[in-house]
Every structure is written in C-alpha cells, then in structure tokens.
Design a protein around this ligand. Structure first.
Ligand SMILES: NC(=O)c1ccc[n+]([C@@H]2O[C@H](COP(=O)([O-])OP(=O)(O)OC[C@H]3O[C@@H](n4cnc5c(N)ncnc54)[C@H](O)[C@@H]3O)[C@@H](O)[C@H]2O)c1
Length: 322
C-alpha cells in the first residue's frame, strides 16, 4: 500500500516509517525538518513540505493517491506551547486543517492522527479511559483537543475517516539503535537523564517527592515507540468500515514513578545518579496512566514491551551510539 507519513523525520514518525518499510509498503515523508532530522534510506521518498503552506502541500499531494496518511507532524514541547501560542496554533491546528483540506481535494480519506493524553488535563480517575472528560491544561493539549474536534466534524460531513491515538509517554528506540528520541530542548525524562549519563553529569533533579504516590514522585505510563507504530498499523483495518471517527488511548495501563525510572537507568547504565529533589512544578498531575481496554478489545493490540527496563535499554543503546 501507499502511505504518507507527515513528521516522518521526527522521533515517532521515523519509527512508523521503519515499521512500514519492513512490511514492504510504499512510503513518502512530508516534513519541514524544523525539529526532525531525515535519515536517508533508498526506499523512502522524502519531500520538504511545511504543512502551513497549503499551496505547496497541494502540489506535493497531487497525483499521489495515498491509501492513508499517518500524521505525526507538529510541535510538542508543552512549556514552549504556553509562551509561543501562535506558533503552536499554526503548526498544530492550522497545519492539520491544511492537511485535511488537501487530502479531501485529492480524494484521500483515511487519516491517523497523533493525539495525546494531554487532552485529558487533570485526571479524576485512577486510570484514564477515552470517556474521561477532556479539559486540557496546556496550549499544546488544547491544540490536540481542537484537532480531534475538527476530525469529528469532517467525519460527520464528508466521507472522511480518522483515528486519533492519544499516546501517553512514548519511550525507547528501535532495536537497531539507528533511530531514537531527541527533542531540543529535551523535556522528556528518559532521554534527558540518558543524555546526562552519557555526558557524565551525575546530578538529576526530580521535581516533587511529596505526591500521593508510592514513593512520592510522579507516575507516568511509558509505551515503547515501536508498540505505538504497530498500533497505528492495526488501526488501518478500521478504515474498511463505511464510517470511521475513532479515538484510542495508547499506553500499557501500568505506571512507573520517576524514581523507578531513575533506578532502572542506574541499573542498565551501571552508573550511580545523584538525585536532588526540587519543588513540585505547577500543573504536573501526580499520576497519568491509561485505561487501554478499548484498544485491547477493538484493535486486538497489546504492547510487546512490557518491562520498563527493556524499554530503557533500547533507549540507552541508541543514546550511547549518537
Ligand atoms: N513524544 C511523545 O511522548 C508524544 C506523546 C503524545 C503525542 N505526541 C505527538 O506525536 C507527534 C510526534 O511526536 P515526536 O515526539 O515524534 O515529535 P518530533 O518533534 O520528534 O517530530 C515532529 C516532526 O514534525 C515535523 N514538523 C513540525 N511542524 C511541521 C510542519 N508545520 N510541517 C511539516 N513538518 C513539521 C518536525 O520537523 C519533526 O520531524 C507529535 O504530533 C506529538 O504531539 C508525542
């Protein structure tokens, strides 16, 4: 089949591209390389396209007849989204609107969108299901919620099908250690700590150790990036239905505290960390764990990477090499 991967030069998108190539599909990437880095492989078609530019996007989309589009392109640093609201709106909401317009213009109707657990805001239940209220507390989360709404609108009006996958914390790297996670600035716990270990920095700052959790630090649900890619692939079967506007959480349903992650990193890197506790940050929910019953049941998908230390090891192998 013929697929477009927007943001295919980024962390999760590049793993999706890898996954599709292994299944021998025809893959094209549209990416503006604002945060991503394209690693050339002979079977990938790459076009430098900024989704904000609709006429350029239309030129690139014309005559391609993709069977489906995996949409990873966007900006995703939560703290930055608070300061640069316009930039985030343009690159996330407007860019996605353009993508949908262009797809409809060229009769391409199947879209898989990277949404996020940030649409939920502060959880009111122990595990978060897709029916949980959506009250995002960041601009980034608001962008994702707005896009999901747009997809629902198009699903009702046109013959437009979509799946929004709400990822919890994407983590790890491909076993080949050729691609992995890197954002600038890096705000995600695992790559941040691994980079520090690599550069022999021992001090690790942990924001808050008085949360109402087993060890006082925040708990998150870490899902391996290749499990995310596989979930997207399983999602394709839903496009056979006449109508399709779906939402699924992607997580493991299990939470790990910040201290558990740091202990895991000490174990796999064989390096001792000097943990320094700092004050809590505003807006950090104590626990964010997915309820994954819906995706388990409807897509028959389950994570293959169940052990957090295995996930950490895949990430470490990549960081060591870069
Ligand atoms: N990493 C996570 O834990 C996580 C969690 C939930 C949701 N997501 C979502 O998944 C998607 C991918 O995240 P990632 O971690 O791989 O990010 P990333 O920054 O590594 O990749 C994003 C890619 O999109 C490209 N891009 C950005 N704006 C663009 C535009 N206007 N036109 C064309 N290309 C553009 C970038 O150059 C980059 O290659 C994002 O939409 C993000 O919000 C990520």
């Amino acid at each position: 089949m013929k697929f477009l991967v927007t943001g295919g030069a980024g962390y999760i998108g590049s793993h999706m591209v890898n996954f599709l190539l292994k299944k021998n599909h025809d893959v094209t990437i549209f990416d503006n390389l604002s945060t991503g880095k394209f690693i050339n492989k002979n079977r990938i078609k790459f076009e430098k396209v900024d989704l904000i530019n609709l006429s350029k996007l239309n030129k690139s989309m014309k005559n391609k007849k993709f069977d489906a589009v995996f949409h990873f392109a966007g900006l995703s640093i939560v703290s930055e989204s608070e300061k640069k609201t316009k930039k985030y709106y343009l690159n996330n909401v407007l860019a996605t609107k353009n993508l949908i317009k262009s797809m409809i213009k060229y009769n391409i109707n199947n879209l898989i969108f990277s949404s996020s657990a940030s649409v939920y805001g502060l959880p009111t239940t122990k595990k978060i299901s897709e029916n949980h209220r959506t009250r995002p507390i960041s601009e980034y989360g608001k962008n994702k919620k707005e896009i999901e709404k747009i997809l629902i609108k198009f699903g009702k009006k046109k013959n437009f099908k979509s799946i929004s996958f709400r990822y919890f914390n994407a983590a790890g790297a491909d076993e080949s250690a050729k691609i992995g996670e890197s954002h600038h600035p890096e705000t995600h716990l695992i790559p941040k700590v691994l980079e520090s270990v690599k550069h022999r920095k021992k001090n690790m700052y942990v924001y808050g150790n008085t949360y109402n959790t087993k060890d006082g630090t925040c708990i998150r649900d870490y899902i391996h990036v290749n499990d995310i890619a596989r979930a997207h692939y399983y999602g394709l079967k839903k496009f056979k239905n006449r109508k399709c506007t779906l939402t699924y959480n992607i997580g493991t349903g299990r939470g790990h505290s910040v201290l558990e992650i740091l202990n895991g990193i000490e174990k796999i890197t064989k390096k001792k960390l000097n943990i320094i506790f700092k004050r809590k940050r505003k807006g950090d929910p104590p626990i964010l764990v997915a309820d994954c019953k819906k995706i388990f049941k409807e897509l028959k998908w389950k994570p293959k990477y169940k052990n957090i230390n295995t996930i950490l090891l895949t990430a470490w192998k990549w960081h060591k090499k870069t």
